[in-house]
Design a protein around this ligand. Structure first.
Ligand code: SF4
Length: 481
């Protein structure tokens, strides 16, 4: 959600006439889009603000928004009086006006609304990618997981109308986008606000009718609200991808209860069985927290057992740490850090073993890859390109002709894939965190998204400030890279 919000902030500033600072140039405005879910978020924010203080002499403006700003509110201005603007999670659209007011009045501005007045999706955006886009379907959450600060900072769930969502997706597709990821804290409860419990399944089917939209993903579903009509929609809508990221958090019923996660391990496993029955090639990934207060060795063993049974294709694993303001922060029986660390290492080793075994099964298969930009950190050195398979697995492949990197405009000759194009490759090897194809692609399909990437790259070469990437902080933790 924060990456989506950062794109909106950049779009808002673009529209207000701000230009991205070039590499090495000191910016006139710095915006921190904070996330309170991250460990030590407040310490990091104040550390970063302290580093910027010397530059304030040059007239720089500093703004702080996002969940942590909603939590800290005016404390930020008290602790760092050189900050110019603080705004809450519901006030993102006010950023340009607040910057202007702070400048004119020469005093710090703060704005916090208690309820959402406008969906961030209605704000202008500068998208990070030419081929892939986030689309928020709801904001906020009605659940009360005891480790989570989101409900108190983002408020109750607010659902967008399906027509608005599908209209935004159509506009994105007209702009060259091939893939959308539907975003919500709990996509399975989408529609509760306007009284349609089947709304999420219908939304997936609605996406299936959008011509030119090739890939639909969603995050995150909640096992409590996951219903069979969604599985049917996944199975029967060809552009809904065979992947599912469904947070588990713990494999122990006792701990799930303490987390106030209103499902139990049997229900979780039954959903996986039904998804696999309807979508046999689905890759399933998850989130797991280790060391929640009161977690015993038996509880942890239950988590390991569930991981073995679930055959996950990847997992984000997190060591539990106290988040101030959450119910779990004051629970008895906090697990000692060394015990958490030891369990964490056992869990990550098991996840790696499981994902490696699952990936190895794919050697020799053909997969369709949406070529991506920035997914393969070693691509330049290995002369490979990277992208995501339909099941969202990361694939590194050798492009036809061994061209190490795409260039724009495209040179004449055999088609070299560009980010946004689609290639079909044969997997030669599965590794723990990715699939590898060292054979030349079986096919390269040039797409509208690839054309859009190329047009943006040409524009960027002509005017470097036109396409400065957004520095989007991604969650810390172990990731299935
Ligand atoms: Fe937080 Fe739970 Fe809501 Fe997810 S479902 S946002 S973990 S309260």
């Amino acid at each position: 959600m924060n990456a989506h919000d950062s794109e909106r902030l950049a779009g808002l500033l673009d529209e207000a006439g701000y230009l991205p600072a070039a590499d090495g140039e000191t910016p006139d405005v710095v915006v921190f889009n904070t996330c309170a879910v991250r460990e030590n978020a407040a310490d990091r924010l104040y550390g970063n603000l302290g580093h910027l203080l010397p530059q304030k002499k040059n007239g720089m403006q500093i703004a702080v928004g996002g969940c942590l700003a909603q939590m800290e509110r005016t404390r930020i201005i008290q602790r760092a009086p050189w900050v110019d603007v603080v705004y809450g999670t519901h006030n993102m659209g006010s950023l340009p006006a607040l910057l202007e007011r702070a400048r004119v009045r020469n005093e710090a501005q703060a704005e916090f609304a208690e309820t959402l007045e406008m969906f961030p999706s209605l704000l202008p955006a500068r998208r990070e990618s030419a081929y892939s886009a986030w689309v928020a379907i709801s904001v906020g959450c009605n659940n009360t997981c005891t480790f989570c600060i989101v409900p108190s900072l983002r408020g109750k769930e607010k659902d967008r109308r399906p027509g608005d969502i599908l209209g935004e997706i159509r506009a994105l597709v007209a702009d060259g986008v091939l893939e959308v990821t539907l975003l919500g804290q709990n996509v399975n409860s989408y529609g509760a606000e306007f009284g349609d419990r089947g709304a999420f399944g219908k939304l997936l089917r609605g996406c299936g009718e959008i011509e030119g939209l090739e890939r639909v993903r969603f995050t995150s579903p909640h096992p409590r609200d996951f219903t069979d009509d969604v599985i049917d929609a996944m199975a029967q809508t060809p552009n809904v991808m065979p992947s599912l990221h469904m947070p588990l958090q713990s494999g122990s019923d006792r701990i799930l209860k303490a987390m106030r996660r209103a499902y139990r391990r049997d229900r979780y496993l039954a959903i996986l069985d039904r998804v696999r029955a309807g979508v046999p090639d689905a890759a399933i990934t998850t989130d797991i927290i280790v060391g929640f207060p009161g977690e015993t060795e038996q509880d942890f063993t239950d988590t390991l057992d569930l991981v073995r049974r679930a055959r996950f294709a990847g997992a984000f694993t997190f060591r539990y740490s106290v988040r101030p303001g959450t119910p779990a922060a004051t629970m008895d029986d906090q697990v000692p850090a060394d015990v958490v660390q030891e369990r964490y290492e056992r869990l990550t080793a098991l996840v790696e073993e499981t994902t490696y075994a699952e990936n190895q099964k794919l050697a020799g298969t053909c997969v369709e890859v949406l070529v991506a930009e920035g997914e393969g950190r070693k691509d330049a050195a290995t002369h490979r390109m990277s992208g995501r398979a339909r099941d969202n697995r990361l694939v590194h492949f050798t492009p036809r002709g061994g061209a190490p990197r795409p260039v724009a405009p495209s040179p004449p000759g055999p088609a070299v894939p560009r980010p946004g194009d689609i290639v079909t490759v044969t997997i030669t090897r599965g590794a723990p965190h990715y699939l590898l194809s060292d054979a030349a692609p079986l096919s390269v399909r040039r797409t509208r998204a690839g054309d859009a990437w190329e047009a943006a790259a040409v524009a960027s070469a002509a005017s470097p400030a036109a396409r400065v990437p957004l520095p989007l902080g991604m969650p810390a933790g172990r990731q299935p890279d």
